[in-house]
Design a protein around this ligand. Structure first.
Ligand code: 6MZ
Length: 347
C-alpha cells in the first residue's frame, strides 16, 4: 500500500461499486496464497503494480492470469472474498458491490456454481461476524470467453438472483476490451436485462470501441464502467455522450487503475473532470485495489487534490453514490441515514 489517505477520507462513509474480486487481493492475502502454493514461484512483483509503475492494459490482464493460478480452490475464494470484504470495511466502505467471473478449475474440482456459492458464503459469514458493510454481488462475464459462456453465465446469475436473499443483483461485462465484440454478447445481455439483472458494463475502456458502445448503450446499461473514450475530445462522440446523459447512466470511475493501466496519460487528464463538471452521476471506485495498490479513501483524496474539490464536494460525491447502487430502495434509505450519522468530524 502506498501512503495512507488523510483522516477525512478514511472516516468518510463510502460506496464501492466497481471492484473485481481477484484484482482486489491485498498484499497480506497474497502472502497467504503464495504460502499455500510455493511450487508456483509467484512473487509480489508479478501480482501488483506499485507507485510510479505503469503497465499496458495487456500486461494488466497477464497479472490477472497469475492471480487466477493462486486462487483456484473453494478455500482460496472463501479466504480472498472474506479478506477483501473486511479490508473494504476497514477503509470505511459501508456498501460494496463486488464482482467476479465464475471459473471452472478442472485440477481442483472447482465449478462455476460452487464459485458463486463460495463468494456468497463469504458475504454471509462477514455479515454474521458483524462486519459493518452491506455487500452485494455482480456475476461477471469475461468477454474473452464468447457468446456461449456469456449465456451460461447469465443463466447462472439469474438462478442465484431468484434463489438467494437478494445478494446477486446484477451482471458485469468485463475482460480484455481488445478481445471479442459486444455484438456477440448482446443476446446474453438482453436476456439478463429481461430477467431483472442490473447491468454494469465496461464501455469504451480503450479507443475505437465506439461502434460497440453505441450498440450496448441501446440496451441501455444501468451503469458504465470506465467510459474513458466516450467523449468527443478523445475519439468518442457527442451522440454517445447525449445518450448517456439522457438515460442518466452513472459512470464508475477508477483514477489510479486508468493511469497505471495507461489508458489515461495522467491524473489531471482523467475523464472524471468531464463528467463531474456536467453534474453527471460519477462514482469514484478502485477497480482492482490489490493490483493497483490503492484503496477507496486514497482514490477520493486523489480526485480532490487533482480537481480541487473541497471536503463538502467529496461528501456530496460519496452521498450521491448511494443512488447509483443496485441496492433495493429500503437499503438506499438506510444508507442515507447512516451517512448522516457518520458525517466525518474533521470537516
Ligand atoms: C476490464 C477487468 C479490469 O473476475 O477473477 N478485470 N476487465 N478492465 C479492467 N481494467 C483494468 N480489471 C479486472 O477479477 C479479475 C478479472 O476482472 C476483470 C478481468 O476479466 C479479470 O480477469 P475476477 O474476480
Amino acid at each position: 500500500m502506498e501512503n495512507q489517505a488523510d483522516l477525512f477520507y478514511r472516516e468518510l462513509p463510502k460506496v464501492e461499486l466497481h471492484a473485481h474480486l481477484n484484482g482486489s487481493v491485498s498484499f497480506p492475502t497474497m502472502e497467504k496464497l503464495m504460502a499455500r502454493k510455493p511450487h508456483l514461484n509467484i512473487e509480489h512483483g508479478m501480482t501488483a503494480i506499485r507507485s510510479g509503475q505503469r503497465r499496458t492494459l495487456d500486461e494488466c490482464f497477464r497479472v490477472f492470469k497469475v492471480i487466477h493460478q493462486l486462487v483456484d480452490t473453494e478455500e482460496d475464494i472463501l479466504m480472498v472474498a472474506k479478506d477483501v470484504i473486511n479490508e473494504f470495511a476497514a477503509d470505511g466502505v459501508k456498501y460494496l458491490e463486488l464482482r467476479s467471473t465464475p471459473r471452472d478449475e478442472i485440477k481442483t474440482g472447482l465449478t462455476k456454481r460452487r464459485y458463486v456459492e463460495t463468494v456468497l458464503e463469504a458475504i454471509r459469514q462477514c455479515k454474521n461476524d458483524g462486519v459493518d458493510i452491506d455487500v452485494r454481488f455482480l456475476v461477471a462475464i469475461d468477454r474473452r470467453n464468447g457468446a456461449e459462456v456469456a449465456m451460461e453465465t447469465v443463466k447462472l446469475a439469474e438462478e442465484f438472483m431468484l434463489s438467494t436473499d437478494g445478494l446477486v443483483v446484477g451482471l458485469d461485462l468485463s475482460g480484455d476490451p481488445t478481445v471479442g465484440h459486444g455484438k456477440d454478447l448482446l443476446p446474453a445481455l438482453v436476456k439478463a436485462k429481461n430477467c431483472g439483472l442490473k447491468l454494469a458494463l465496461h464501455l469504451s475502456e480503450v479507443p475505437s470501441q465506439l461502434e460497440e458502445t453505441e450498440l450496448l448503450l441501446a440496451l441501455p446499461p444501468d451503469r458504465i464502467g470506465h467510459g474513458t473514450f466516450l467523449h468527443p475530445a478523445v475519439g468518442g462522440s457527442q451522440t454517445v455522450v447525449d445518450k448517456v446523459v439522457e438515460n442518466n447512466i452513472p459512470l464508475e470511475l477508477c483514477l489510479t487503475s486508468n493511469v497505471k493501466g495507461q489508458t489515461v496519460a495522467c491524473y489531471s487528464e482523467h475523464h472524471f473532470q468531464f463528467w463531474y463538471q456536467m453534474g453527471h452521476p460519477s462514482v469514484i471506485c478502485t477497480d482492482d485495489k490489490g493490483v493497483f495498490c490503492t484503496d477507496l479513501s486514497r482514490e477520493y483524496q486523489l480526485a480532490a487534490s487533482t480537481f480541487g474539490l473541497t471536503h463538502e464536494d467529496i461528501w456530496k460525491l460519496s452521498q450521491q453514490a448511494i443512488d447509483c447502487t443496485f441496492a433495493p430502495e429500503n437499503l438506499k434509505q438506510q444508507l442515507k441515514q447512516k451517512w448522516i450519522d457518520l458525517r466525518p468530524r474533521v470537516f
